[in-house]
Each structure stands twice: as C-alpha cells, then as structure tokens.
Design a protein. Structure first.
Length: 263
C-alpha cells in the first residue's frame, strides 16, 4: 500500500521539526529515511503511524486520507529501536497482543502468531519470556508482533541500532528476505546509518534540518547526489568503497548494488 506525505509540517513549541514534507512510498517499496540525529525522521514516521498530528498537510495510505484516523485504525505495523516487548508476557503472548486488542478470533490469533514467529525464525521460542532472549531475538519478536497483524505498511524506527555490528548485519539480511517474502508490504525505514539504507532500501529519502534534501535510488544518490549535503552524507565523499568489482561496490562488508560500469 502506498504512503504519501502531502506537504506535511510538524512543529514543537513553534520550532519546525518537519517542514512541508512531500514524499511518496510506492506499494511494496522499502524507503529509507536517512539523516543525522534530530533531522525529523522519527517525527515523519510517527506522523504516518498517527502518533504525531501535523500542523498542516495530509497523510495518505493507499490513496486514503488517514490524517484524522487514530493509530489503531491505520493498518500499520511498527518496530522501534528498543524492542518494547512486555516483560511479563511470553513471546507468543507478546506477538498476539495486537491481534487480541483488535478482537481477532482465538483460532486465527494462534494461526497468525505461529506464522509470524515462523517468518522471523522464532517459532522455537514461543513459550519463553523476553528476558531469556538475546537482543537480536527480542528484536525478531518485535518484528513478528508487527507482522502478526498482517500490516499493509511496516514502519521501522532504527530497528537495528541497539544491536552489535555482527547481529546488525545478520538482521539486515533477514529484513531483505522479509521484503522479498512480503512484496506487497511497503516499508518506511528510519536510520542514520548509510550502509543500512544503501543495502536495504529501494529508494532513500535524505533528511536534514527538518527538510527532505534528496530522494532517489541508492545508485542515483551515490552517482549523482542532488546537493552538497547528500554528497557528503551518502555519496562517495563520505563512504569510501572498500572494493569495487563487477557486481557493485562493497562498503565495509555490505555489497551495495551500485553499477560501477560508468561510475
Ligand atoms: P530524528 O528521528 O531525525 O533523530 P526527530 O524526528 O526525533 O529526529 O526529532 C526532530 C526534532 O524534533 C529534534 O530536534 C527533537 O528534539 C524534536 N522533538 C522530537 N519530538 C519532540 C517532542 N515530543 N517535543 C519537543 N520536541 C521534539
């Protein structure tokens, strides 16, 4: 399902934190919102989720204006940095939580919880509690919980930031697999990490100081950055390629599909 920001502006105490954002995520696309801390990325995500109300502008999901809808009526799955699992509930109960809140029938809850745990490789941990799991496993459960409601849109806010480097790279591969397995689910992926954005996203929206600075495929941004900020943040100036081969450019272990033939 498409996500569209139509001139969305958000202000806190008179300070603009999102300045007339115009952006469309196509159905099934992964869009990274990439930018330094404080650039307005999370605010944009929360405007889609319904946790932040724009001062002006509208948010559309699948062409429908949802600006005035409460979060639970938007059909959205959300994963945040710090898992946010309920510690007193088992893994399967955590994953079932959103479904039960929606009044889903018990047999259907069981089916969907099983399916979501299967997809995230956590089926064997269903009856454990969060404290028995590693950080990476907890984040998988958080992703399973978001997937269990079969969302049209998945919002991910720095989902890998709390993990160590090795886990992060494994989880990136997992998220890329989920994207292939759920071709109809659009994802908005907030990160300050260029490698994550370049690896996972179909397109990247570069944010700085409350504004969209550039938007394009990783190839477009890397090859022809629209402005100086984008060049310094995404382009070759900042990310020194480790190896350049026929398959693409490899940045510190992450193969990024940048065609180097004409670069
Ligand atoms: P990012 O996700 O890019 O780090 P945020 O969207 O979280 O940026 O924040 C953008 C700006 O808005 C920051 O300067 C932040 O301090 C401010 N901000 C975010 N949430 C609030 C809030 N609830 N109240 C006041 N200021 C906020």
């Amino acid at each position: 399902m498409s996500i569209r920001f139509d001139s969305v502006t958000v202000a806190y105490d008179g300070d603009l934190v999102l300045d007339s954002l115009d952006l469309t995520v196509e159905p099934g696309e992964v869009m990274a919102l990439l930018g330094p801390s404080g650039s307005g990325k999370t605010t944009a995500l929360r405007a889609v989720a319904g946790f932040v109300r724009p001062a002006s502008g509208r948010v559309f999901l699948g062409g429908r204006d949802v600006t005035d809808l409460p979060p639970y009526r938007r059909g959205i799955g959300m994963v945040v940095q710090q898992y946010a699992l309920f510690p007193h509930m088992r893994v399967d109960e955590n994953v079932a939580f959103g479904l039960k809140a929606r009044g889903t029938a018990r047999s259907e809850v069981r089916r969907r919880v099983g399916e979501a745990l299967e997809m995230t490789g956590m089926a064997g941990w269903a009856r454990r509690h969060p404290r028995e799991l590693s950080g990476g496993q907890q984040q998988r459960v958080a992703i399973a919980r978001a997937l269990a409601i079969r969302p049209d849109v998945l919002l991910l806010d720095e989902p890998l930031s709390a993990l160590d480097a090795q886990l992060r790279s494994g989880m990136l591969t997992e998220l890329a697999r989920l994207h292939r397995e759920l071709p109809e689910v659009s994802m908005l992926y907030v990160t300050h990490d260029q490698i994550e954005a370049l690896t996972l996203a179909d397109r990247i929206a570069v944010m700085d100081r409350a504004r969209l600075q550039a938007c394009g495929t990783p190839q477009e941004l890397y090859r022809a950055p629209a402005n100086e900020f984008t060049a310094s943040f995404v382009g070759g100036a900042n990310l020194l390629p480790v190896t350049v081969g026929s398959g693409g450019v490899e940045f510190a272990g992450a193969l990024v599909k940048v065609d180097t033939a004409e670069a």
